[in-house]
Design a protein around this ligand. Structure first.
Ligand SMILES: NC(=O)c1ccc[n+]([C@@H]2O[C@H](COP(=O)([O-])OP(=O)(O)OC[C@H]3O[C@@H](n4cnc5c(N)ncnc54)[C@H](OP(=O)(O)O)[C@@H]3O)[C@@H](O)[C@H]2O)c1
Length: 379
């Protein structure tokens, strides 16, 4: 066991110093890369752990948080990076050696530590060389997983599980239309829907990315990009109808929002479930600079919802779990079972050194990424 952090080299960390009007302004103006003073072990708790970070996931939520347009706002300044993985370099005296020992490969639970967590560890995100986390947040990296995969597991797959299974109760043999399928949560939804035995119709705006989504398991893909010069999405109801023998889909997994939601409601079976997962195409529903409110709220058509007997389900994974913690153990158990059986393999398309954090965040924002995007602090 190491009881001192003396001798560990100086690191670097990203800091958000102010909430911006929007994520791009946040990345350009209020996100800085600075030297990171070594966490001083004499100031840490006996259940604390220091991790030398090897990989940190660059997520959509990290971007929204920089402008305070996400529902959770960490106190400023903070280091972004909700999920990260690395090697334990120091443990407090009371840490159970079966949970965390110096030299072990671990990843963290973003519910318990980091910018999305409720307590005192919010300042320690993954876009840094070192992070302090409580023992309760530490998890061993599955043997077959890389550091990159480990920090792209829980956020995406817990969301997909919560939406498809806890909320939607997707069944084998059903057909699900997955929007934003090349995204982190969308690709996880493709993986889980296939494990469940459903048929997946995946949408996106790029043939290249959709080819990967198909190789990752989607049965059918539809490019819904509007013709050049036009906004929104193109009509795709006829293709979906043709793929479902004229019946329409049993479920829509919508992480994109806006116009795609409306078009989706024209390609469902009577009584289908419509999962509201997110709104990647309309990120500015809330005011910037953390002013809250929903001046640009998305709208759904009540006429279609009624005539199609649609069950519209809001599926906020973290908030639902905070309301009812009992829903998480079963979800975690099932996800880890699939991981251990080799059925779940997070896919990562983009890797950057930490020094290129701004480029990494912009790649995510611009929709260049398929599945996961990561930064590596030690490069
Ligand atoms: N319900 C929950 O608990 C939960 C949890 C995590 C995230 N979310 C939300 O779910 C949504 C997706 O999250 P994510 O992490 O999967 O994001 P992501 O990795 O960035 O993926 C979003 C996907 O949406 C598609 N898209 C379509 N129109 C877009 C546009 N105008 N701008 C950007 N992307 C667009 C993109 O695919 P193409 O380029 O192929 O079209 C992109 O891959 C976000 O709104 C996020 O806040 C919800």
């Amino acid at each position: 066991m190491t009881n001192s952090t003396q001798g560990l080299p100086m690191g670097q960390r990203v800091r958000v110093t102010e909430f911006a009007e929007n994520p791009l302004e946040g990345v350009d103006k209020y996100l800085t890369l600075e030297d990171q003073p070594m966490p001083d072990s004499s100031t840490l708790g006996e259940c604390d752990v220091i991790i030398e970070i090897k990989s940190a996931s660059v997520g959509w939520v990290d971007l929204l948080m920089t402008s305070g347009q996400y529902q959770h706002m960490p106190p400023l300044p903070y280091t972004p990076g909700l999920e990260y993985s690395g090697i334990v370099v120091w443990v407090g005296d009371a840490v159970d050696s079966n949970v965390a020992a110096v030299g072990e490969r671990v990843y963290v639970d973003g519910f318990v530590t980091g910018p999305r967590s409720p307590g005192k560890y919010q300042q320690y995100g993954g876009f840094a060389t070192y992070a302090v986390a409580p023992e309760a947040a530490i998890r061993p990296i599955p043997e077959s997983f890389s550091f990159d995969q480990a920090c792209n597991l829980l956020g995406s797959y817990e969301t997909a599980y919560h939406c498809l299974i806890a909320c939607g109760q997707l069944q084998a043999g059903e057909t699900v239309l997955i929007h934003g399928a090349s995204g982190s949560t969308g690709l996880a939804a493709v993986h889980i829907a296939k494990i469940l035995g459903a048929t997946v119709i995946a949408t996106g705006r790029s043939d290249e990315k959709l080819a990967v989504v198909k190789a990752q398991g989607a049965d059918h893909v539809i490019n819904c990009k509007a013709p050049e010069g036009e906004a929104g999405v193109r009509r795709f109801r006829d293709e979906v109808k043709a793929l479902t023998g004229g019946k329409g889909v049993d479920m829509v997994y919508d992480g994109v929002g806006g116009e795609i939601s409306l078009e989706s409601m024209r390609c469902v079976k009577f009584g289908a479930r419509f999962l509201v997962v997110g709104w990647a195409s309309t990120p500015f529903v809330a005011k910037g600079k953390g002013q809250r409110g929903a001046p640009n709220a998305n709208m759904l058509p009540t006429n279609l919802i009624m005539m199609k007997g649609l069950k519209v389900l809001g599926c906020p994974t973290v908030i639902s779990t905070q309301h009812d913690e009992s829903i998480r153990p079963e979800r975690m158990e099932k996800i880890m079972q699939w991981v251990n059986e080799g059925e779940l393999q997070p896919f990562i398309s983009h890797r950057f050194p930490l020094s290129e954090i701004k480029t990494a965040l912009k790649s995510k924002w611009n929709g260049d990424v398929i599945g996961g995007c990561v930064v590596h602090p030690s490069e």
